[in-house]
Design a protein around this ligand. Structure first.
Ligand SMILES: [Zn+2]
Ligand SMILES: [Zn+2]
Ligand SMILES: [Zn+2]
Ligand SMILES: [Zn+2]
Length: 173
């Protein structure tokens, strides 16, 4: 899927605000009052988060009005059908500059950064990111990748893991 302007991944979009971060009213979704991450703006100028925009689009055949219910002129059917809303780049930029906690906070990561940097943090430096172990195919946090097989350093255990012999040998040394 092509990324639209200033769009962040689902995980970055769901990241919780860091303690002490405040959100200006104009950065909230008109509909659900959540933070308008990956925001869209209706033809009426109201802001919607992705979930609310998608839901509204689904109903647009019956809903010619902006979800705020305050537009005095209903949108024209044809233009609504074509472009009921557009990506709101300016709002997205502001929302992406808010400081959030790492999505791996519950696993122990205390990192906070601007939402726009979350994807990069997860990809390049978060030690709490789950990674599939080549050896046992379990998902383990990156920082445990080399330590979670300590108990397998016996010859018998190594022999039972034939398919991964190379990795096992490396670990046993
Ligand atoms: Zn919403
Ligand atoms: Zn509106
Ligand atoms: Zn992290
Ligand atoms: Zn493993």
């Amino acid at each position: 899927m092509d990324f639209e302007p200033q769009e962040v991944s689902e995980r970055a979009a769901a990241a919780d605000l860091a303690e002490g971060s405040r959100v200006a009213e104009h950065l909230k979704c008109q509909q659900c009052k959540g933070i308008a991450v990956n925001c869209y703006q209706t033809w009426h100028g109201c802001r919607l988060c992705t979930a609310c925009a998608t839901e509204w689009k689904r109903q647009r055949d019956v809903a010619n009005h902006c979800p705020c219910g305050e537009d005095d002129q209903p949108g024209d059917c044809l233009s609504l059908r074509l472009t009921p809303y557009l990506p709101d780049t300016a709002t997205r930029r502001e929302v992406n500059n808010l400081t959030v906690s790492c999505p791996n906070k519950s696993r122990g990561c205390e990192h906070t950064c601007a939402r726009k940097h979350v994807d990069n943090h997860l990809k390049t430096e978060c030690k709490f990111e789950l990674t599939e172990c080549d050896l046992c195919e379990q998902e383990v946090p990156l920082y445990r990748l080399t330590s979670h097989h300590k108990n397998l350093r016996s010859k018998a255990a190594v022999a039972s893991l034939e398919p991964c012999v190379r990795t096992v040998t490396a670990l046993v040394r």
